[in-house]
Design a binder for this molecule. Structure first.
Ligand code: GFB
Length: 418
């Protein structure tokens, strides 16, 4: 895996302006770039974090178009993927950059975002030894809104509900002497009120998940979503697996996408490869929802019935289930059908870790003829969105495993908008 440990060189630490030197024809000036950093509640998983990114990216996209100096020069610094509770770690602190999972250039075609290591490089060029953030805002919910049930959009500096952190992103060399708790209810764009009233160069918003979407499900939302193309190598690995085992190619499945997401056209005629893609979420998810999650035997019955109905022979299973659970499922299905699971080589596991393997699983499910997900799992939601982008008919996408043959709920359908 690509491990990035940030060591900042130099002898002094400075607070204040972190200017970039911008040079043109031998003349240099300090740029007015400001940096917006954000972090998310530690227990949140990878796919909820992707949704929080969208809220921030849509804000940054809006700010970029602003005519106000100071707002249109804001860049978002992407929080490295570290210390996620669902992933296992070795003893070395690991800071996985976004480019391990996503195509950074593609993200930047929508919003001005940079990696944390780029932010550190800029500090280093300017000889800063420490990243002392000008303003840290820890977002929190308004207590009284939950008590009264009356929700109004507002933000207000209030007493901290929890003791504030003193270290950020687990770095020893990033801190701040200016930390406030900001009670917040409303969309991410509400943050503009705060950004336009300060000239701080570096602002960190912690618990960014408290901010809501500005525009859920509209054209801009889907532009942000479409810009989240996965890392090219992960896409290639998934494609090879589809070709080798599932008889699935973009040409044959009508799932071809333009190289640049901005050129994609609306369509609904993707057929997908001749297999069912299943996302079966287990572990903590199954433990926290015993009333809703089906048993392994029941899952096997549901998949068999579907394969029979669709006259397909192959099923691809994406799951975080234990080996024992997966083997139980496979042995029930294998009597009649071909069952596939993606098993990474040590090299791929080392390079892309559990996050990359999960993405390969998601991509393979995205290209299936029919997708069956887990109700309320953000992992399944992201697959559904991917299939909307690929242009599948909605009835082949918005399907979830039932608790059993009698207890079944319809998932919400979030259609793509261009
Ligand atoms: O993405 P995620 O947060 O979605 O799932 P939910 C958590 C992690 O589980 C993923 C692994 O980042 C993966 O590492 N995982 C889940 C999988 N499904 C698969 C799979 O099919 N294949 C692979 N390879 N890995 C919520 C969490 O999970 O569940 C909440 O976000 C909370 O924090 C809740 O824990 C119970 O929305 O499913």
């Amino acid at each position: 895996m690509r491990i990035i440990t940030f060591i900042i060189f130099g002898l002094f630490s400075f607070n204040g302006i972190y200017g970039e030197n911008v040079c043109y024809k031998d003349k240099c000036h300090v740029s007015s770039t400001r940096y917006l950093l954000y972090d998310v509640n530690p227990p949140e998983g990878f796919n909820l974090r992707r949704d929080v990114y969208m809220r921030i990216a849509i804000l940054a996209h809006q700010l970029q178009k602003s005519t106000r100096l100071g707002l249109n020069s804001i860049k978002v610094v992407l929080p490295p993927w570290s210390h996620l509770i669902h992933w296992s770690y070795s003893e070395i602190p690991e800071y996985v950059p976004w480019s391990t999972f996503f195509d950074l250039h593609s993200l930047q075609l929508f919003a001005p975002v940079i990696e944390m290591h780029d932010f550190f490089s800029i500090l280093q060029q300017n000889k800063y030894t420490k990243a002392i953030i000008d303003n840290v805002y820890i977002l929190q919910h308004f207590d009284d809104m939950f008590e009264t049930g009356k929700f109004v959009d507002k933000l207000e500096i209030q007493k901290c509900q929890n003791p504030p952190k003193v270290r950020y992103f687990y770095y020893n060399n990033m801190t701040s002497t200016n930390v406030k708790c900001l009670s917040f209810h409303g969309p991410a764009s509400q943050l503009i009120q705060l950004l336009q009233n300060t000239s701080s160069k570096t602002i960190l918003v912690d618990h960014a998940e408290v901010m809501l979407h500005d525009r859920f499900g509209d054209k801009t939302y889907w532009m942000a979503r479409r810009s989240m193309r996965f890392n090219k190598e992960l896409r290639k690995i998934a494609l090879k697996f589809r070709e080798n085992y599932l008889n699935s190619t973009d040409r044959g499945d009508n799932t071809f996408l333009e190289a640049d997401w901005r050129n994609d056209k609306p369509k609904r005629d993707a057929t997908g490869g001749p297999y069912i893609g299943v996302h079966l979420r287990r572990r903590d998810f199954a433990r926290s929802r015993p009333e809703e999650v089906p048993s392994i035997e029941n899952v096997a019955d549901q998949i068999s019935a579907l394969l029979q109905k669709l006259q397909l022979e192959k099923v691809f299973i994406a799951t975080d289930a234990t080996k024992l659970e997966y083997d139980g499922l496979r042995s029930k299905l294998e009597q009649k059908y071909e069952v596939y699971r993606y098993e990474p080589t040590d090299v791929i596991k080392e390079k892309f870790n559990e996050g990359g393997v999960a993405i390969i699983d998601q991509i393979i499910c995205s290209y299936s003829r029919y997708f069956l997900g887990t109700k309320d799992s953000t992992f399944s939601y992201r697959i559904q969105e991917e299939r909307e982008i690929l242009g599948f008919p909605t009835d082949r996408t918005f399907n979830v495993l039932c608790k059993n043959m009698h207890e079944c709920s319809e998932p919400s359908v979030w259609k793509i908008v261009y």
